[in-house]
Design a protein around this ligand. Structure first.
Ligand SMILES: *[C@@H]1O[C@H](CO)[C@@H](O)[C@H](O)[C@H]1NC(C)=O
Ligand SMILES: *[C@@H]1O[C@H](CO)[C@@H](O)[C@H](O)[C@H]1NC(C)=O
Ligand SMILES: *[C@@H]1O[C@H](CO)[C@@H](O)[C@H](O)[C@H]1NC(C)=O
Length: 371
């Protein structure tokens, strides 16, 4: 979340899901095309052919959902990382409290309110990767907390894995060019090697191998990192710089973030959110510039990832899988993840948050210190 600010507006964001088909990964049971229209200020609706969201009935932002012992666990960005449990993705959801006892042990601004958790079970332990950041800057870190008991905790906050802007090796490439938020971890099923992906704006999405205990980058000072996605802005300077200033524009203009790595034989998939996530307070961006969910795939975990038309994600590629639809019933979906259907014999599930015009599109954008 590049521009998500205080994350106070959970009532505007709903957990939702659609089932995925087996093809290039596209939604099934698509609703009939919906006519474009104008709702409120701007023109939020441009979409045809997307299925309406199945409601998750949980207010979340940048959700992470896992299935474990026939239950679902949903984690959300927010104060100390709230999480919930349900026997059905449609709820009802029971609060299990928060992952952290208080602020993250990472000593930087935003530690009370971590963003974009990504949770994974491995060998009987649960790993919750999260980000601490300040909106509109690269002053960011990714940390991890672990527990052996997802229902009761306690979680142990092991703190920082990578940092950008300032702190831990942040002047080393590619930390010097990226923004350490929106973590995603995938263990390569072919060889057991874990990888961390991260990134938001600036040079977009990066990936580096993790050490086998899953709590640090394998080579922290000089990671074997690859750039997985880089947006191309027509008519603008698209030079790829190895180093960026810590704070905002003009370098933080490429609206790609929220990556999620997923494997389904024989492909690795890189999902991401493209466009404006938030700040729809008074005006809406031109239709299509708001958040949408996109994907590319690769034969190897380190890429290159290409979209359905064969364009590299590092050349601005990305197939749009889900976007705003039904006249504002679903607006700016993103912050997505995939839950495997392998265990249940079902479809894989694409879950995400979105805004609903009837509930509200506004975020509280007043951020102390964001100027
Ligand atoms: C989950 O809830 C939905 C909506 O109430 C219902 O249609 C579905 O059958 C439920 N699934 C299970 C496995 O109980
Ligand atoms: C899994 O956990 C067990 C018990 O904690 C440990 O002995 C074993 O080494 C772990 N295996 C892997 C592959 O990490
Ligand atoms: C994608 O990028 C990779 C790595 O730079 C390159 O080898 C490959 O030829 C590119 N593929 C396409 C379709 O542009």
């Amino acid at each position: 979340m590049f521009a998500s600010i205080e994350h106070r507006a959970y009532q505007m964001v709903l957990l939702s899901l659609v089932a995925l088909s087996l093809a290039f990964i596209s939604p099934v049971n698509a609703a009939p095309p919906v006519a474009s229209g104008t709702v409120g200020v701007g023109s939020p609706v441009q979409t045809t052919g997307y299925p309406i969201a199945l409601q998750g009935n949980l207010q979340v932002h940048d959700p992470s959902v896992i299935r474990y012992n026939n239950n679902y666990y949903a984690f959300t960005g927010g104060v100390s990382i709230p999480y919930f449990k349900a026997s059905n993705m449609s709820g009802p959801w029971e609060s299990l409290g928060t992952v952290l006892n208080g602020p993250s042990v990472i000593q930087r601004e935003g530690r009370e309110d971590p963003w974009a958790p990504n949770v994974m079970e491995y060998n009987g332990s649960f790993y919750c990767y999260y980000a601490v950041s300040r909106d509109g800057t690269r002053e960011s870190s990714i940390g991890v907390a672990i527990t052996a008991d997802i229902d009761r905790g306690p979680w142990t906050d092991l703190g920082e894995i990578i940092a950008t802007g300032t702190g831990l090796f942040s002047s080393n490439y590619p930390y010097s060019a990226s923004n350490a938020i929106d973590p995603s971890v995938l263990i390569d099923p072919k060889n057991g090697q874990p990888y961390l992906a991260w990134g938001s704006y600036w040079t977009n999405i990066w990936q580096a191998p993790l050490a086998s205990q899953l709590t640090s980058v394998e080579d922290r000072e000089d990671p074997d990192a690859v750039n997985l996605a880089y947006d191309i802005l027509p008519g603008e300077d698209n030079a790829f710089l190895k180093s960026y200033p810590a704070t905002r524009e003009p370098d933080g203009t490429r609206p790609v973030e929220g990556s999620f790595m997923y494997y389904r034989e024989p492909w690795y998939y890189l999902w991401f959110s493209h466009g404006q996530c938030c700040n729809f307070e008074s005006t809406l961006p031109p239709a299509g510039d708001e958040y949408s969910i996109r994907v590319g795939r690769s034969a190897t975990i380190q890429g290159p990832y290409v979209d359905e038309s064969g364009t590299n994600l590092t050349d601005g590629g990305g197939t749009i899988i889900y976007g705003s639809n039904n006249n504002g019933v679903v607006y700016a979906p993103g912050g997505q993840g995939i839950m495997s259907g392998a265990e249940t014999g079902d479809f894989d599930i694409l879950y995400y948050h979105y805004l609903n015009e009837d509930i509200g599109l506004n975020y509280d954008v007043r951020i102390p210190g964001n100027s």
